[in-house]
Design a protein around this ligand. Structure first.
Ligand code: ZN
Length: 201
């Protein structure tokens, strides 16, 4: 039998923490020990914050984002450009784009990609609601910011077909050389895409 180093409550906390992305069993152990040592300044407010989010988190009925209000903070922000809707696969992609502060429009979260292998069809994703939003008079551009994977691109093509009737421009992210990237280290697919998408200097 494995020797236990702490009581079942602490072991259970470590075990649950180790399921958090980025934390393995070792870092979970370290994190729990850190929390126990900093009970008042960190552990107590952290559990309170977790309970608050758990209780209040909702999915935005407009865009599919997660937030503690519906419509979400982004959908209710009137300073954003209502003519652009940026379509992403997951909420994490929205957060990444917001960190880059490259686009100040609205978002739409698909909730995944089409995948024949995993049996994910159009009805499993937030595509119908996107088509509906794209039909609004103020919407002029749909930016397909999906992953450069086979499933991501299949999904982008499918959405483009579905948006045929709507009076909007559909664009997608450029594929190519990453900022700070060296050509020698790029794979052939990325290099070929970068050459194809070349622009006048
Ligand atoms: Zn929203």
């Amino acid at each position: 039998m494995a020797r236990r180093t702490a009581g079942p409550e602490i072991e259970r906390l470590i075990q649950l923490m180790s399921k958090v992305p980025g934390l393995g069993p070792r870092s979970a152990r370290r994190a729990v020990l850190h929390l126990i040592k900093r009970k008042e300044p960190l552990f107590a407010p952290l559990t309170a914050a977790m309970a608050d989010v758990l209780e209040q988190v909702v999915v935005c009925t407009n865009c599919g984002n997660v937030d503690t209000c519906d419509p979400c903070t982004i959908c209710s922000d009137t300073s954003r450009d209502p003519s652009v809707i940026c379509v992403v696969e997951e909420v994490g992609d929205l957060w990444a784009l917001e960190r880059a502060a490259a686009i100040k429009g609205q978002y739409h979260i698909l909730g995944g990609t089409l995948s024949a292998l995993d049996g994910i069809g159009p009805d499993d994703l937030n595509i119908a609601s996107l088509v509906e939003r794209a039909g609004a008079p103020e919407v002029e551009e749909i930016v397909l910011a999906v992953n450069a994977t086979v499933d991501g691109q299949t999904t982008a093509h499918y959405i483009t077909d579905r948006l045929e009737g709507a009076d909007v421009n559909v664009s997608r992210l450029a594929h190519g050389v990453p900022v700070g990237g060296e050509l020698d280290y790029l794979d052939e697919g990325t290099l070929a895409a970068a050459i194809k998408a070349r622009r006048p200097f």
